[in-house]
Design a binder for this molecule. Structure first.
Ligand SMILES: CCCCCCCCCCCCC[C@@H](O)CC(=O)SCCNC(=O)CCNC(=O)[C@H](O)C(C)(C)COP(=O)(O)OP(=O)(O)OC[C@H]1O[C@@H](n2cnc3c(N)ncnc32)[C@H](O)[C@@H]1OP(=O)(O)O
Length: 246
């Protein structure tokens, strides 16, 4: 049904018109890179999931779980910064803003909350967002991989566009409860805060910053959730979403 093809601007993608709608067709190099990236990420999150299950079976408790899997988590979640670059260079058809909010909130949770505030690492809410992220990412990256290989099993497609309905709010609950649990420690230690007077003449209070971050979920989370609901309608029910040209 493709009616015309034109150069996509040197980013490995070629633009193709399908039913009057612009759709990017990836070049071989971009496809190979994305397959490698998605296979690596699926494997990384699978390793993390297996490590969590093994830990729980062996120890019978969630205490110490974050500590035991943190290296793998930090590596693969930080690696996901590449997703923002994928959108920016145009090899992936997603908004830089939507991906940027999603990735930066995760990096923030990993490095500036869970890694930095050891006292909260054994909170149940940490395990909640870890489990939710792991299930989400195994599904999401395997979806992208099979999709790129043009062999997408329906149950993976179904899982990608249905699991999030429950997992997204559950993940957000885990993240918000974890930040909330961190507040007393942040207040007590004054970590990452800068009080006046200082040579820069600037003050910054991490405690209030965290409260602002928590409130910022109110406008930002629905945008991500509705974005996913639109993607769900498009992919599972074939609805045409009218998009503005970039
Ligand atoms: C500094 C402090 C910052 C603090 C900010 C505080 C604000 C926080 C508010 C936000 C809260 C977020 C909480 C969150 O962390 C909780 C959770 O994640 S819980 C778990 C549930 N989550 C999810 O299910 C979402 C997971 N994330 C995503 O799906 C994506 O990141 C998202 C950008 C949200 C959506 O993805 P996308 O738009 O890409 O949707 P699609 O999957 O349908 O893909 C669209 C097309 O792009 C192609 N694509 C995308 N990525 C790839 C890839 N890696 N490889 C190959 N192809 C890719 C995809 O195939 C689609 O192509 P086409 O349209 O041609 O079919």
């Amino acid at each position: 049904m493709a009616s015309s093809e034109e150069d996509g601007g040197g980013n490995g993608a070629v633009e193709e018109k399908e039913n009057g709608k612009k759709k990017k067709k990836l070049g071989a190099l971009a496809t190979t890179w994305l397959i490698f990236y998605n296979v690596a990420m699926t494997a990384g999150w699978l390793v993390l999931g297996i490590a969590m299950v093994r830990f729980y079976i062996q120890k019978g408790t969630h205490r110490g779980l974050f500590r035991s899997v943190q290296k793998t988590l930090k590596f693969f979640q930080t690696f996901a910064l590449l997703e923002v670059i994928h959108c920016a260079v145009g090899i992936v058809r997603t908004s830089v803003l939507v991906t940027g909010v999603q990735v930066s909130s995760r990096i923030f949770m990993v490095w500036f909350i869970a890694h930095s505030i050891k006292q909260i690492q054994n909170e149940e809410s940490v395990i909640l967002f870890l489990v939710v992220w792991t299930v989400t990412e195994i599904t999401r990256y395997s979806f992208y991989t099979f999709n790129l290989l043009n062999h997408l099993p329906y149950f993976i497609k179904w899982a990608r566009y249905n699991f999030f309905i429950i997992l997204y709010p559950a993940g957000v609950a885990g993240e918000l409860l974890t930040i909330y649990a961190a507040l007393p420690y942040v207040k007590k230690t004054g970590m990452f805060s800068l009080r006046l007077p200082n040579k820069y003449n600037v003050s910054f209070d991490y405690y209030y910053f965290l409260i602002i971050v928590m409130f910022s979920y109110v406008p930002l989370f629905p945008q991500l959730y509705f974005h996913m609901l639109r993607q769900r309608r498009r992919v599972l029910h074939g609805e045409v979403i009218v998009e503005k040209d970039d």
